[in-house]
Design a protein. Structure first.
Length: 164
């Protein structure tokens, strides 16, 4: 059985993962409406991944005979600015999520909750990958700028992202 403290912390993380999905869906729609179909696709795949992260934690709570407590999901912003800004915001968001995952990991350790610690290890590695891939996109966007042919080339590359 999972402790109430760990359960509450994981329920809060589920809400954050769901918020991440909302945020990336809104960003995707924003890029789509500026005809950046590739960036829109990349962000939509990311939204699907965030929902999968929430599901992973939901299954974990249920497997431990814990109680799933879903909360209202916050509304994402309505304005995002240019594509560079969208991906800078994505990187900031992922850095914040990394901090939350690290705190959860420390909590699991403090509680000697080995099962939670092992599950959270997956999320620690996932955050390394997420920050790295988004950081690369931000670097590429800075290199090409948001005018001219370079950004359309990047857009077509982003459109090739496979669904996980
Ligand atoms: Fe779930 O990793 Fe991004 O937020």
């Amino acid at each position: 059985m999972i402790s109430k403290t760990m359960q509450d912390a994981l329920n809060a993380q589920i809400n954050l993962e769901q918020y991440s999905a909302q945020l990336y869906l809104a960003m995707s729609a924003h890029c789509d409406s500026s005809s950046f179909k590739g960036f829109a696709h990349w962000l939509r795949v990311q939204a699907i991944e965030e929902t999968a992260h929430a599901m992973k934690l939901i299954d974990f709570i249920l497997d431990r005979n814990g109680k799933l407590e879903l909360q209202p999901i916050g509304a994402p912003p309505k304005e995002f600015g240019g594509v560079i800004h969208v991906f800078e915001k994505t990187l900031d968001h992922e850095k914040g999520i990394t901090g939350r995952i690290n705190s959860l990991f420390e909590l699991a350790r403090a509680e000697k909750d080995h099962a939670s610690e092992i599950t959270l290890q997956w999320f620690v590695s996932e955050q390394v990958e997420e920050e790295s891939s988004v950081g690369q996109i931000v670097d590429q966007l800075h290199a090409v700028g948001d005018q001219g042919g370079g950004i359309w080339y990047l857009d077509s590359k982003m459109g090739k992202r496979n669904r996980a």
